[in-house]
Write a protein that binds this ligand. Structure first.
Ligand code: LLP
Length: 433
């Protein structure tokens, strides 16, 4: 086992995922390629579902934050596993609809929904809007009233918590483009507006404190603040909030230096503080929703590359260049995120080489990692970067006109293409000469 139980090494010394030989997968599908163990995604959905049901009752509904990994089959998997989903754009909604995802289980997020987004989502019958701001509330209310319908909403609230994670993924602070801060009074103001807005049913409130969080404290702090706010709403508006969405954010083990998280236990801990706070503030416990993205899909994935060159600069660094890079995984370039990499065709060889993993773009920041511990490599080797299931394919670009890799799903000892590799023809499909 390497990091997670579905990554292993076979008798040929090749890295395997879900029991399949990654060197064979690279031969069959080419590189770069995203490979995902579908069973791991399904198991994680079940962990969340089971724990949520145990803690919050039969109507608990964990949502999959689909920005983490979005393609049609992924929505099918989420639907089959009884999840709800968080969508943040017309494009995600469209993909979910096309995959047949039940609209009533969709939560529509985003801090700047366009008029078209609002109309499309209403046309689709999206179950819940997570309304970010006053302008959106007004636009949604007008459109819903015009249609003679009542739209269920949550309001996005900013509890003002710094989860001590990377700044770029901190979204719960008061100074945020998301939501309405409690301390400034804006949160209570928008609650009152929502309660009197035509065509609006205020079901609950939402917050999201950040991402890649390993401690329970940020969630329990958020729960504390949100429950107090629910109690304040009850007092000031004589209105009972029915749903509390605490967002996503539980972390994932990317390297052996990261802790392993017991997700069921984490959910139980979050649940118990919510129950305790509700009791303390004498409010009826609302339906509690969690909204994980990364922790459902990250560990399931790896990316396979072919090594093109190995450059040892005496007195400086060693570079291993591969046939992908920031277009398929921008997370190191953006956040200096750490990953584990290994040579898949010599997976048992000692990782006694230190190298910077370089992509193929014309940009020196195009790296997948620096100073990484890896095996000695040579041109033609297959290199695997592990735990790339979240925020890799979904953040991929065509920088340098590099086609996006395919997404291959592995299950029951078989592999199938879920998203085909982009072609050069795809790259020019929208160009008008
Ligand atoms: N709910 C909301 C409202 C969110 O904004 C997010 C993530 C989630 C749920 C899911 O959070 P997760 O469980 O995945 O941590 N591109 C960055 C991550 C950005 C996360 C944005 N929001 C990365 O690659 O690390």
């Amino acid at each position: 086992m390497i990091l997670h139980k579905h990554f292993d090494v076979n008798a040929r010394g090749h890295l395997t995922i879900g029991g399949l030989d990654t060197v064979e997968l690279a031969k069959q599908y080419g590189t770069p390629a995203y490979i995902l163990d579908e069973e791991v995604i399904r198991e994680q959905c079940r962990v969340y579902r089971k724990a949520a049901t145990q803690c919050f009752g039969e109507d608990a509904l964990p949502l999959y934050a689909s920005k983490a990994l979005c393609f049609s089959t992924m929505y099918r998997i989420a639907a089959e596993e009884g999840m709800g989903i968080d969508c943040v754009s017309g494009g995600e909604l469209f993909t979910a609809k096309r995959a047949g995802f039940p609209a009533e289980r969709i939560y529509f997020h985003g801090n700047n929904k366009t008029d078209r987004d609002i109309r499309d989502a209403l046309d689709m019958g999206v179950g819940t809007f997570v309304v970010d701001n006053q302008d959106e509330l007004t636009a949604l209310s007008e459109e819903a009233a015009r249609r003679g319908i009542t739209q269920r909403i949550l309001l996005r609230i900013t509890p003002g918590i710094d989860p001590h994670t990377h700044r770029a993924v901190v979204t719960g602070n008061v100074d945020s483009k998301f939501g309405n801060a409690i301390v400034t009074g804006q949160a209570m103001k928008i609650v009152k507006e929502a309660l009197s807005a035509p065509g609006i049913d205020l079901a609950g409130i939402h917050c999201h404190v950040g991402s890649q969080i390993f401690d329970i404290e940020p969630f329990s702090d958020a729960a504390d603040i949100m429950v107090r706010f629910i109690a304040d709403i009850k007092k000031e508006c004589q209105y009972e909030i029915r749903e509390l969405n605490l967002g996503g954010g539980l972390g994932v083990r990317y390297t052996e230096y990261d802790r392993e998280i017991d997700y069921a236990d984490a959910i139980r801990q979050i649940a118990s503080v919510v129950t305790e706070y509700c009791r303390a503030h004498d409010i009826r416990q609302p339906r509690v929703i969690l909204e994980p993205g990364r922790s459902l899909v990250a560990a399931a994935g790896l990316t396979l590359y072919t090594v093109g060159s190995v450059k040892e600069i005496p007195g400086f660094k060693n570079y291993i260049s591969v046939d992908g890079g920031m277009p398929d995984n921008p997370r190191y370039a953006l956040y200096q995120s750490s990953y584990t990499a290994l040579i898949a065709n010599r997976a048992n060889a000692p990782r006694d080489f230190r190298a910077t993993l370089a992509g193929r773009c014309c940009e020196s920041g195009d790296l997948l990692g620096e100073d990484m511990e890896i095996q000695h490599a040579k041109r033609g080797d297959i290199l695997a970067v592990l735990v790339t299931g979240a925020y890799n394919y979904s953040m991929a670009s065509n920088y340098n006109r590099i086609p996006r890799p395919p997404v291959i799903l592995v299950r029951n000892g078989e592999a199938r293409v879920a998203v085909r590799r982009e072609t050069y023809e795809d790259l020019v499909a929208n160009d008008i000469l």
